[in-house]
Design a protein around this ligand. Structure first.
Ligand SMILES: Cc1cc2nc3c(=O)[nH]c(=O)nc-3n(C[C@H](O)[C@H](O)[C@H](O)COP(=O)(O)O)c2cc1C
Length: 359
């Protein structure tokens, strides 16, 4: 069914399709009957898939990555297609339009997307009001970004967290979007330490215990990563591996030379490798969240057994449709039953216990 819908949707420009989808979801989310129908179609409940991480209860390990619901307008209905969690944002202190259009491109032959959206969102005040209207049944975390013209980027991160405070299950500090110039400078140790100091201050003043994750770029070298990993480990509760990449290796689609961040299939192998690199080097307090190019249960299994506690998807939702969440969760249950895993927790990093590389 989605194949047919996709054929039509892909005739229309990518951002128009996205905005149309958001509008449709916004309208339909007010109808209980639609939620019931979607849940019947898409939601898989199983105790096997549940996990509790830093006090956050996940019904399954498949989350929606940041950037789909930039302003938290449709997270409420997105719950009904079976995600274990949703990340909204990037949220910035002030509303902003983002970069000039066109800024979103489908690379069909590569099962990928290039975007240079530039943190278009309704701004924290509006998003907070919206967020508070809903009673979410799954964790809906906040991805925090910075305004393009801000004079103090650290202050932007702090302001968003200060406003949402302990009303959310977790925050992600996004230091890795390639579409805000200089943002990735926070991968530099000195800047990272300055950011952490301010976040520590805020946590102390507000007595805030909400877990904070950091989202990194896969374009970082292992040498540079080694320099910041201990510092990341000492403060953050999770590390998201990773944001979109600026690499264009191996692409064949006509849009491959567009500027921006690449997402989708081409990211997967590098990100899996990064998880394998990071997991043995960090404490078990720093959970790893795998994202980038995940398109089936095999991809998820490899990331979890390599050390990811849970995963996030975006681009494969565009290419495969909403049923991808159910398919992955169903396949995951079969795999767990087959391999006699009694929980996701048991699977995390299991390749290191058995010396069997599931890759
Ligand atoms: C159109 C678009 C917008 C995105 N916006 C954000 C964002 O605001 N903040 C963020 O941390 N990541 C953002 N991302 C990155 C995704 O959250 C994710 O890390 C990346 O797409 C890799 O996952 P995927 O291959 O499953 O799409 C965006 C991705 C896309 C495609």
């Amino acid at each position: 069914m989605y194949r047919l819908i996709k054929k039509i949707l892909f005739l229309i420009d990518a951002e128009t399709t996205h905005n149309g989808t958001i509008k449709l979801l916004k309208i339909t989310q007010h109808y209980t009957i639609i939620h019931k129908l979607l849940k019947k179609l898409f939601v898989i409940d199983s105790p096997l898939l549940e996990n509790d991480i830093h006090g956050i209860k996940f019904k399954n390990p498949i989350g929606l990555a940041a950037g789909f619901d930039k302003s938290g307008e449709v997270a409420y209905i997105l719950q009904s297609i079976g995600f274990g969690h949703i990340e909204i944002g990037g949220v910035t202190p002030f509303p902003q339009d983002g970069n000039q259009k066109p800024r979103l491109f489908r690379l069909k032959e590569d099962q990928a997307i290039i975007n240079r959206m530039g943190f278009n969102n309704n701004g924290m005040e509006q998003i907070f009001l919206n967020y508070k209207k809903f009673k979410f049944q799954i964790p809906v975390g906040i991805n925090v970004g910075v305004n393009k013209n801000t004079t103090d980027r650290i202050d932007d991160y702090v302001r968003v967290i200060d406003l949402f405070s302990d009303n959310v299950p977790y925050y992600t500090i996004n230091i890795s979007s390639p579409n805000t110039e200089g943002l990735q400078d926070f991968h530099n140790l000195e800047m990272l330490k300055r950011l952490i100091n301010k976040l520590k201050e805020l946590k102390n003043i507000k007595n805030l215990e909400v877990p904070i994750f950091i989202k990194i770029t896969s374009d970082i070298s292992y040498n540079s990563l080694d320099k910041i990993l201990p510092t990341i480990d000492s403060f953050f509760d999770g590390i998201i591996v990773s944001n979109t990449t600026q690499s264009r290796e191996g692409l064949i689609s006509k849009y491959s030379s567009e500027n921006g961040g690449l997402s989708g299939k081409p990211l997967y192998e590098r990100n899996l490798e990064m998880i394998k690199y990071i997991y043995p080097k960090v404490s078990r307090n720093l959970v790893i969240i795998g994202t980038g190019g995940i398109s089936n249960s095999d991809d998820v299994i490899k990331m979890i057994t390599a050390g990811a506690s849970f995963v996030q998807i975006y681009t494969s939702l565009v290419y495969s449709g909403p049923s991808i969440v159910k398919t992955i969760n169903q396949d995951l249950i079969h795999y767990m039953q087959d391999k006699k895993y009694s929980s996701i927790r048991q699977m995390i990093g299991s390749i290191y216990n058995s010396n069997i590389d599931n890759n």
